[in-house]
Design a protein around this ligand. Structure first.
Ligand code: UD1
Length: 417
């Protein structure tokens, strides 16, 4: 298996690429196909490992999946007979939990494995469960599985104790088939929640307030499968922009979504980049060593945790010291030790990384530990002097479509072996 990327560092990124569809939008949307009668046609689907896993999960349950020629997936969920998400699937992809709400809402029963520990911290799902219980589901945990039962969910007022993205999505989908009105308070306002709401609305759901912290859903008896085009991936776009910035490059990304990237674009500007936006096109030009930028991760519209590791790499060669504070997940600094092996000077104290910029990074063998950590190591390798081998690179395929093709298109020297 080709599980290593070899990067010959020091090449300036230049050129144009297209943004792919968003991983964190397509996963809840594929899960939501369960609540529609008949086929849904989902377009602009990124070719990612997590998407394959979600398709396999739906197919195992009995859904009929057709993969089209142009990043299209057709899902017909009408034949689902086995509403179960097994441990083997959930352990490789936590987002499998997104099947829980749709299954219990449409089939009255769901059996979903508990996700268990995750590399980037505990990541509980108590709020998904509490929300469904508020809607009347009977939930028990047996032999490592969540069993949820409900004749029909009941519209309810749900106050989320904490902002959770997939938690909001799970409950939003379920509420679309509940009896009466549901209000989700302290809902996640991430753009991916809005994209999901657009798809559900196109199926006939009645949703108000998606993209704000109060979402109102008027439940329907049935929803009908429909067509939907997935929004661009703001984290993929942000990752390529940081890669361009660290190599003092000049890249343009088309079919992008600049509005969803305000916090990231503002930090890139602070770091010394010139950003030009023209409709759905974003250009980044960088002509200097990065200026250090402090980062504080928080739910949207603040700086996303999924871009934190990439900025660690950028700050590692900045002209001065910076502090990155991670507020969403514990243990999300596993890339730091690897960056230090490349000559970075980063100390982790609790949930803060203190980064003293160094003159340059040096290529080294390093190991990826999760999706965004792998992106951070690739970015560091692009700027480093010499060769960097990033081992366990399979993590990157969970969230980045054709990453080495896109980077090579921009002038990087990167191969898989
Ligand atoms: C989603 C994204 C992930 C991103 C994260 C934060 C998907 C498929 N994944 O993950 O890429 O990093 O949002 O933007 O969209 N929490 C609880 N109880 C719960 C649920 C969450 O305490 O029931 C806590 C978590 O431990 C964490 C915080 O809430 O501290 C936010 O997590 P959450 O928004 O749920 O992350 P995910 O939806 O798993």
């Amino acid at each position: 298996m080709n599980n290593k990327i070899i990067i010959d560092g020091g090449n300036r990124l230049q050129g144009t690429i297209k943004a792919s569809g968003a991983k964190n939008a397509v996963l809840p949307i594929l899960a939501a196909t369960i609540v529609g009668q008949g086929e849904s046609h989902i377009s602009h689907v990124p070719h990612l490992h997590d998407v394959t896993t979600m398709n396999e999960l739906l197919a195992q349950m009995g859904a009929h999946i057709t993969i089209g020629d142009h990043a299209d997936i057709m899902v017909n969920p009408d034949n689902i007979i086995d509403p179960v998400a097994p441990y083997e699937t959930v352990k490789t992809m936590r987002a499998s939990i997104l099947a829980l709400g749709p299954l219990v809402a449409r089939h009255g029963y769901a059996k979903v494995s508990l996700p268990g520990g995750c590399q980037i911290g505990a990541r509980p799902i108590d709020l998904h469960i509490k929300g469904l219980q508020t809607m009347g589901a009977q939930i028990t945990v047996e032999d490592g599985y969540i069993l949820a039962r409900a004749k029909r969910l009941k519209g309810s007022r749900i106050i989320m104790d904490k902002v959770t993205v997939t938690g909001t999505e799970n409950l939003l989908i379920a509420a679309c088939l509940a009896e009466g009105e549901t209000l989700i308070e302290n809902a996640a306002i991430e753009p991916e929640v809005v994209d999901l709401a657009k798809y559900l609305s196109a199926m006939g759901a009645e949703i108000r307030g998606a993209g704000t912290s109060k979402i109102y859903i008027q439940g329907k008896e049935t929803l009908i499968g429909t067509q939907h085009t997935v929004m661009p991936d703001r984290i993929e776009i942000g990752t390529f922009l940081v890669a361009a910035a660290i190599t003092q490059g000049d890249i343009t990304i088309t079919e992008a979504c600049s509005d969803d990237l305000d916090a990231v674009l503002s930090k890139l500007t602070d770091a010394g980049a010139a950003i030009t936006i023209d409709g759905s096109t974003i250009r980044l030009q960088m002509n200097q060593k990065p200026i250090p930028v402090d980062i504080y991760t928080a739910p949207h519209p603040a700086f996303p945790t999924d871009m934190q590791a990439q900025f660690c790499a950028l700050n590692a060669i900045a002209d001065g010291t910076s502090v990155i504070t991670e507020n969403l997940f514990e243990n999300r600094f596993m890339h730091v030790d690897e960056l230090n092996r490349m000559g970075a000077h980063i100390n982790v104290e609790g949930n803060r990384a203190i980064i003293k910029g160094v003159d340059h990074l040096s290529g080294a063998p390093v190991t990826a530990t999760d999706l965004r950590a792998s992106a951070s190591l690739v970015i560091a390798g692009l700027a480093a002097r010499g060769h960097t081998d990033v081992h366990d690179i399979h993590y990157i395929d969970r969230g980045y479509e054709a990453i080495e093709e896109k980077l090579n298109q921009l002038g990087a020297k990167i191969i898989r072996s």
